[in-house]
Design a protein around this ligand. Structure first.
Ligand code: PEP
Length: 256
């Protein structure tokens, strides 16, 4: 199987942006621009905007996701949201282990694994984020670190559940900084992830897995990044807040 046979997915990560009226307006404006996408189009929005986003996206090819999920079914976890709650609301995707969660909210490889399992078991597609800090890259341990994050994130996830997994390679130094990994750097690490998955499962499973790049992807650099053999899509922060820019990235993935 080659890149052309894998599912390309462009997912917007809105982070903590947009009120409900802004959510409705942005999705209304985006719908027509991505209607002919040759890739899957996903928007991961704040919890408070899920219902508005799902309603606004109805009848379009835009799928809606959340940006975090708790690993317990229910219980005394004040401020958290379960996978069943997301599914009941109509969310189809969830971002797990974003570097901002790892940096600011104590997320670890182990909790990323637990959240991923909970999400997949509930029927969500988990967009699992991995990636190195600048210091890791400078120390020459990017490949080992990303392979380790991938291995721990996938622990206990059966091969037949991998269709509900997307891995997003997001170098932390490139997120929200305007510094993008070069297309070669992005492809190299995405290929390390694919080889890690091949070792954990088999070649067919690795060949079928969607692996995104994320980190300051924008309307200008998307085409080159998305043309790489092992880059099957993008997780987009800043540029997903502008309908025109996001639509250009979707278009690049369609061609890529
Ligand atoms: C992200 O939030 O996952 C991200 C990649 O952000 P940005 O595109 O703004 O770097």
């Amino acid at each position: 199987m080659n890149k052309a046979l894998r599912k390309a997915v462009i997912a917007g990560n809105w982070k903590m942006n947009n009120t409900r009226p802004e959510t409705k307006a942005l999705i209304e404006s985006l719908k027509g621009k991505v209607a002919n996408a040759g890739c899957d189009v996903v928007l991961c929005v704040p919890f408070t905007n899920l219902e508005t986003a799902i309603n606004a996206a109805k009848g379009s090819n835009i799928k809606i996701g959340a940006q975090n999920v708790h690993f317990a079914k229910s219980g005394a976890f004040t401020g958290e949201i379960s996978a069943d709650m997301l599914v009941e609301m109509g969310a189809e995707y969830v971002v797990v282990g974003h570097s901002e969660r790892r940096q600011y909210f104590g997320e670890t490889d182990e909790t990323v694994n637990k959240r991923s399992i909970a999400a997949i078991e509930a029927g969500l597609t988990a967009i699992i984020c991995v990636g190195e800090m600048l210091e890791d890259r400078e120390n020459g341990i990017t490949d080992e670190l990303v392979a380790m994050q991938t291995k721990i994130a996938l622990k206990g996830i059966e091969k037949d559940k991998l269709q509900k997994v997307i891995i997003a390679y997001e170098p932390v130094w490139a997120i929200g900084t305007g510094k993008t990994a070069t297309a070669e750097q992005a492809n190299e690490v995405c290929s390390v992830i694919r080889k890690t998955v091949a070792k954990l499962y088999d070649e067919a499973a690795a060949d079928a897995l969607t692996i995104q790049y994320g980190g300051s992807m924008n309307a200008t650099n998307a085409a080159e990044l998305l043309a790489q053999e092992d880059v099957d899509g993008g997780l987009i922060g800043g540029a997903s807040l502008k309908a025109d820019d996001f639509a250009v990235i979707v278009d690049a993935a369609t061609k890529g």
